[in-house]
Design a protein around this ligand. Structure first.
Ligand SMILES: Cc1cc2nc3c(=O)[nH]c(=O)nc-3n(C[C@H](O)[C@H](O)[C@H](O)COP(=O)(O)OP(=O)(O)OC[C@H]3O[C@@H](n4cnc5c(N)ncnc54)[C@H](O)[C@@H]3O)c2cc1C
Length: 393
């Protein structure tokens, strides 16, 4: 019997596998694809805080995000530039492979091409059934962690339910003449209740994507045909752009532990509720999961009660941020395109962008939201423009 079987070698699963293997546990990491990092749909933007905190693999870096141009629904623009890199852009294939490699170097075993079909807890442990090399393999483990990303049936199969809501992401990688800034696109024509983006990644390519509450491929096609994007797309492109789409959770599971089971990463809804970035939050929660699981093994108790501190601790780290993000998301979905346009006018008031630059943080959005709303003059202008009641924050 294995100590721990982790299902899914994305960033969260691999980081957890590394942490638990370093504790001397017998860890098996299972990945359905032929290699970790295959089949991922992601823009690969990770804030510097995450890079520094986890010494993330620099060899996966393909660029950095320095300047962003925001486009309003009617086409007004606001440029955001701090003079320093805002975030790192990675190749997810290299990034995921490097993190899985760290887990293996720490002593975990990695089985790729292994798709877990069933997970069931009984009196003696966890029983897993998987497909591997064309056959069925049965495994037993003392603890099983689901880090499958969003959409795996295993999370529901194990009785964890699902997040309250989901939205859709879509992305295409297209030939693109270099540009010195990324673009963010707002408005109901391009990204209802969400936003679109274009991120040049060097080598004559850009990742262009959208998150929206419906029909993300359709809205992505509109973004791809915007004049400011068209003018940068390579002239010899034959028009057959491959668009890949997938659902993204909004909100977390009600519970992320039960007897001998834990859920980590996007599978648990540990994703920013503002931008839907999930890599950093998944790594933070994997770190907490490793600490709690290692302690539970030392105590010889893998019950739900013994694993519950994981649930409590990651919520203590993230929940206020996630809830504020949900409030802002709901509030944003009520705004008309005209109101969003007015916000762009407000951003041009002298002193506003410097204040945003001072308080904005790539991974933690609560402080900037509170500082705008609680700033005497600016808060009053934003509230009266948008009709926000009294004080918030
Ligand atoms: C269009 C788009 C753009 C994004 N851009 C960003 C971004 O720029 N920055 C950011 O931080 N986040 C971004 N995200 C979100 C980010 O990709 C995810 O939050 C992140 O990958 C979650 O990591 P994870 O380890 O929890 O899960 P995943 O990365 O999804 O890894 C889960 C792994 O489990 C494997 N798996 C699933 N089921 C099984 C099974 N039954 N058996 C075996 N293996 C299984 C999968 O193959 C996969 O390798 C984006 C998402 C989308 C849709």
């Amino acid at each position: 019997m294995r100590d721990v079987v982790i299902v899914g070698a994305g960033p969260a699963g691999s980081h957890l596998a590394c942490g638990l293997a370093k504790e001397g546990l017998d860890v098996l990491l299972l990945e359905e694809h032929a290699e970790a990092g295959d089949g991922v749909i992601c823009t690969g933007i990770i804030g510097r805080e995450a890079y520094e905190r986890f010494s993330l693999p620099e060899e996966a870096t393909i660029g950095s995000l320095r300047r962003v141009r925001f486009y309003s629904p009617s086409g007004k623009t606001v440029d955001y530039d701090t003079g320093a890199p805002l975030a790192t852009i990675v190749s997810r294939k290299k990034f995921d492979a490097a993190l899985a490699g760290r887990a293996v170097a720490a002593g975990a075993e990695l089985w790729t091409g292994s798709r877990v079909k069933q997970v069931a807890v009984d009196g003696k442990g966890v029983r897993l059934e998987l497909r591997r090399d064309g056959g069925t393999v049965l495994l037993r483990a003392r603890l099983c962690v689901l880090s499958t990303g969003y959409g795996s049936g295993l999370v529901r199969q194990c009785g964890f339910g699902g997040p309250r809501r989901r939205i859709q992401g879509a992305q295409a990688v297209v030939p693109f003449r270099d540009r010195d800034h990324a673009g963010i696109y707002l408005g109901s024509r391009f990204a209802p209740n969400g936003f679109g983006w274009s991120v040049p990644i060097g080598s004559g390519l850009a990742r262009i994507g959208v998150v929206t509450d419906r029909q993300s491929p359709r809205y992505l096609r509109r973004i791809l045909n915007r004049p400011d994007i068209r003018s940068h797309r390579a002239a010899d492109e034959n028009g057959s752009v491959q668009i890949r789409a997938c659902p993204i959770p909004v909100g977390t599971l009600n519970e992320t532990v039960s007897d001998r089971l834990m859920v980590v990463g996007e599978a648990a809804g540990q994703v920013k509720t503002t931008t839907q970035g999930g890599i950093y939050y998944g790594l933070l929660c994997a770190e907490t999961a490793a600490e709690v699981a290692a302690g539970a093994f030392r105590a010889g108790d893998l019950s739900r009660a013994a694993l519950a501190p994981y649930d409590m601790r990651w919520r203590a780290k993230l929940e206020a941020e996630l809830k504020l993000g949900l409030l802002i998301r709901e509030f944003y979905s009520e705004l008309s395109d005209r109101q969003v346009d007015r916000l762009f006018d407000l951003a041009r008031i002298e002193g506003v962008l410097p204040m945003i630059r001072k308080n904005a943080h790539f991974d933690w959005h609560g402080p900037i939201i509170r500082s705008v709303l609680n700033n005497g003059f600016l808060g009053a202008v934003v509230r009266s423009t948008l009709g926000i009641p009294a004080r918030m924050g």
